[in-house]
Ligand binder design. Structure first.
Ligand SMILES: Nc1nc2c(ncn2[C@@H]2O[C@H](COP(=O)(O)OP(=O)(O)OP(=O)(O)O)[C@@H](O)[C@H]2O)c(=O)[nH]1
Ligand SMILES: [Mg+2]
Ligand SMILES: [Zn+2]
Length: 321
């Protein structure tokens, strides 16, 4: 029997899995055929094609030519996912699969910009719902505050901090908030996530000067089709610190959250949801809804409630679950 080596997936490119070993070697591996066969057996109940993702701990066998074959993927401590984009002809059932972005992470750094592209609280709320449902530490960042001429970022910071999120305001142009953010990432594995052009790669380059990740041109943020980062890559900063840069997503929809569970991921609703008249209340139209009362009494922000209704609507339109 050949020896099995343990490592962590840092990058996936079509069928190549880059695996970082404890000795800091990066080995390009393929996936043992048995995994693909398992997928075929599960065809009717298939929920994802992502058998092995960035962050997964694996065991592989080394080939004579220096490449490897992954034999085993360890159970994930946690993972971040979304609904996979619609792909023509991907499944006959017309269902949306689960796309797994990365696994085994400590911090989910959700990045939005105040401008270019303009801040949109509904997108931030979607990212927060996914983060809450994934049981990771959440670091919400509002970047490009050098472009914040009307001081809107203070408004959003106050709103989200009243809910309990510590908001990081950053600017790479004016070097604001960078070293504070760096402190929170030390010794952890952090996933940077958010729409395209908000400055995820730029932030990482400012945090860690050696990274030299590719960054978009000044005008790219307005060009919706453009994604500068094309694949998720985990970078090792020191022995215990890892950061994952991801491609910006045009659509961020949580996967697998049921209508009746959505309100559990709005932290500001928690103290009210048990007081609703019906325990199946979706806080939409039901009489005796304590959440709606709290919105009317301005104890819950109407903006947050609108985000909630917006997401609830999307789940209702979807017949998958
Ligand atoms: N004014 C200003 N511009 C910034 C800031 N951070 C990033 N940018 C600019 O925003 C543009 C997009 O930055 P990227 O780092 O490529 O954005 P990204 O989020 O990695 O985008 P994708 O890789 O497409 O997902 C670049 O032109 C950056 O120079 C900032 O704090 N202030
Ligand atoms: Mg990028
Ligand atoms: Zn209710």
């Amino acid at each position: 029997m050949e020896e099995k080596i343990k490592g962590k997936i840092t990058r996936v490119e079509s069928r190549n899995y880059y695996v970082l070993t404890d000795n800091s070697n990066s080995i390009i591996c393929s996936l043992r055929g048995k995994f693909k066969k398992e997928l075929q057996h599960k065809k009717d109940k298939l929920i994802t094609f992502d058998l092995a993702v960035v962050g997964d701990i694996v065991e592989f066998q080394l080939n004579d030519d220096g490449t490897g074959v992954i034999e085993q993927v360890y159970a994930r401590k946690n993972y971040i996912s979304r609904k996979a984009p619609k792909i023509k002809g991907s499944l006959q059932r017309g269902e949306r699969l689960e796309q797994i972005v990365a696994s085994n992470i400590d911090n989910l750094v959700v990045v939005k910009s105040i401008n270019q592209p303009q801040f949109n609280h509904k997108i931030l709320d979607r990212l927060l719902v996914i983060a809450e449902s994934s049981h990771v530490n959440i670091i919400p960042v509002i970047n490009k505050i050098d472009l914040d001429n009307d001081d809107e970022s203070s408004y959003w910071k106050e709103l989200y901090e009243s809910i309990g999120y510590k908001i990081f305001l950053t600017s790479i142009k004016k070097n604001i908030g960078i070293s504070e953010l760096r402190n929170y990432l030390e010794g952890k594995t952090s996933l940077f996530w958010g729409p395209s052009g908000v400055g995820k790669s730029s932030l990482l380059n400012s945090l860690y000067n050696d990274l030299a990740l590719k960054v978009g041109e000044i005008s790219d943020w307005s060009n919706k089709g453009k994604h500068t980062t094309v694949t998720s890559i985990m970078n090792q900063i020191d022995e215990t610190t890892f950061v994952i840069d991801t491609p910006g997503m045009r659509e961020i929809e949580p996967y697998g959250i049921k209508k009746e569970d959505l309100s559990h991921y709005f932290v500001d609703f928690q103290e009210y949801i048990n007081d609703c008249k019906f325990n199946t209340c979706t806080h939409h139209h039901e009489p005796g809804c304590a959440v709606i009362d709290a919105v009317e009494e301005e104890k819950i922000s109407v903006l947050r409630y609108e985000s909630y209704l917006n997401m609830l609507d999307n789940i209702e339109d979807d017949m998958n679950f």
